[in-house]
Design a protein around this ligand. Structure first.
Ligand SMILES: CC(C)(COP(=O)(O)OP(=O)(O)OC[C@H]1O[C@@H](n2cnc3c(N)ncnc32)[C@H](O)[C@@H]1OP(=O)(O)O)[C@@H](O)C(=O)NCCC(=O)NCCS
Length: 158
């Protein structure tokens, strides 16, 4: 079945909260020394027919668009690509200059995924996740046997 991406509406709040909680242990994400309530951000949902299957939230600061969160309910079925495609098209249509995001050093799957979608690694923020853990203790210290410590910043120039 084709995936359709649409902006989230107030009626989608229950799914939004469920998706963020499943992927990030809560609706608040701790990135680049900030706590961001992702449930309050503009968002897009990927739909398989009437079933929501993934969520992207984003933030706009001037001509910079930041993907604050992205998560597919089931990996490897095209949901993440559809969401990244949507935000890029929407950002271009709005005249954005830069689309950027951060991931963490352990998340080699996301690093692969973003680079295959044209994102370029522009900075490594050492120990940014260690600092974020002080703000959000639910962030794991180890995943897949890898210490979770650094933020990797990636961008696409539009
Ligand atoms: C990272 C993430 C968002 C990627 O989303 P995704 O839906 O798995 O991504 P896609 O399915 O679009 O693409 C992943 C791979 O699946 C393949 N794929 C796409 N559609 C497919 C389908 N119908 N059947 C099988 N494979 C498919 C893609 O080709 C891609 O493989 P490739 O890179 O070799 O081309 C997702 O894995 C996720 O939610 N991870 C957990 C949360 C997370 O880490 N978020 C990022 C935090 S920074």
């Amino acid at each position: 079945m084709a995936i359709e991406v649409r902006p989230a509406t107030p009626a989608d709040q229950p799914y939004l909260r469920r998706s963020l909680t499943a992927a990030f242990s809560g609706t608040v994400v701790a990135v680049h020394d900030e706590l961001i309530d992702a449930a309050a951000l503009p968002a897009a949902i990927a739909w398989h027919g009437s079933e929501p299957s993934g969520l992207l939230t984003y933030r706009v600061v001037g001509a910079d668009w930041e993907v604050v969160s992205i998560a597919a309910d089931r990996s490897g079925s095209g949901v993440g690509s559809a969401l990244l495609g949507w935000v890029r098209e929407t950002a271009v249509a709005a005249g954005a200059a830069r689309l950027w995001l951060v991931t963490t050093n352990n998340n080699v799957n996301a690093l692969r995924f973003y680079q295959r979608h044209g994102y370029d690694l522009v900075a490594v923020h050492r120990d940014a996740v260690t600092r974020a853990r002080a703000l959000k203790p639910a962030i794991p210290t180890m995943l897949d046997g890898i210490p979770v410590r650094h933020e990797l910043e990636l961008e696409v120039r539009l």
